[in-house]
Ligand binder design. Structure first.
Ligand SMILES: C[S@@+](CC[C@H](N)C(=O)[O-])C[C@H]1O[C@@H](n2cnc3c(N)ncnc32)[C@H](O)[C@@H]1O
Length: 239
């Protein structure tokens, strides 16, 4: 992983100093940086709660190499095999592309994870956090459980974020009852500010299959409706 870190840092360094290069060298350097929507091959990226790993794979395919990525699930490999038709295939391709894939990673405690705690990330992504269907979606206990998940995820992500330009991205459905989760207010209490909000379109991530992830229809998609990606940054205090 240290190797990945050095390589990514070298590439970022090259990218930052592109004015010093000739036009020809510039072209080569720019060609090396690959993007999918907000994400690039020079960012060190942590993905949390990725259902069947198709979102991670969509980024990996765009970048070519996934050596800059760590993709995680709360689910064990066994559960992924049982729940998702493409889960194992997606994981195998991610690993072939150099991604570190980890299972049993709880977003509420991940800053204590033996490997993750040694790393710092430019982007930490959790798409559509949800604890599973314990009560009806509008039930206050269900809302409270989801709010706790997001709050604890944010606290843990904050600890793993690079201080300079690091961002935590949460994609989230709009409308009732999702607005009751109060993402932005929660983030502010934790020391994160909302840097930007942009609409989330599934088609921006070819191959991505959003998953219900729970119960007998875990492999089925959930209705996305209107959704946004919330980008949070650390609140920095002037010296
Ligand atoms: C609605 S699904 C979304 C899955 C995937 N991100 C997607 O966009 O298709 C919610 C995901 O959150 C995961 N999850 C629930 N509690 C979690 C926790 N404490 N830590 C990490 N992931 C969790 C579930 O395993 C599930 O994959």
């Amino acid at each position: 992983m240290e190797l990945i870190k050095n390589k990514v840092e070298e590439e970022v360094d090259d990218y930052d100093h592109e004015d010093d290069d000739t036009d020809e060298e510039e072209d080569v350097i720019i060609a090396q940086v690959k993007w999918r929507k907000h994400y690039s091959s020079v960012q060190k990226i942590l993905l949390v709660g990725d259902g069947d790993f198709s979102f991670s794979l969509s980024l990996a395919r765009a970048f070519g190499s996934a050596r800059n990525m760590v993709a995680t699930s709360l689910d064990s490999l066994e559960k992924i095999k049982k729940n998702y038709s493409d889960g194992i295939r997606n994981i195998m391709e991610l690993e072939e592309r150099g991604c570190v894939v980890l299972h049993g990673v709880d977003g509420k405690h991940m800053s204590d994870h033996f490997f993750l705690k040694t790393q710092r990330f430019d982007r930490i992504i959790y798409n559509f956090p949800h604890v599973g269907f314990h009560f009806p979606e509008e039930n206050c206990c269900q809302i409270q459980m989801n709010k706790t998940l997001v709050k604890e995820f944010m606290k843990n992500a904050k600890a793993l974020l690079r201080k300079e330009n690091g961002e935590i991205h949460i994609s989230h459905k709009e409308g009732d009852p999702y607005e009751k989760w109060n993402l932005v207010k929660k983030a502010e209490k934790i020391g994160l500010h909302l840097h930007d909000t942009v609409p989330f379109y599934k088609n921006d991530y070819p191959g991505y299959q959003n998953k219900r992830a729970h119960g007998s229809s875990a492999d089925a998609p959930f209705q996305l409706g209107q959704a946004n990606t919330y980008k949070f940054r650390l609140i920095t205090h002037p010296l």
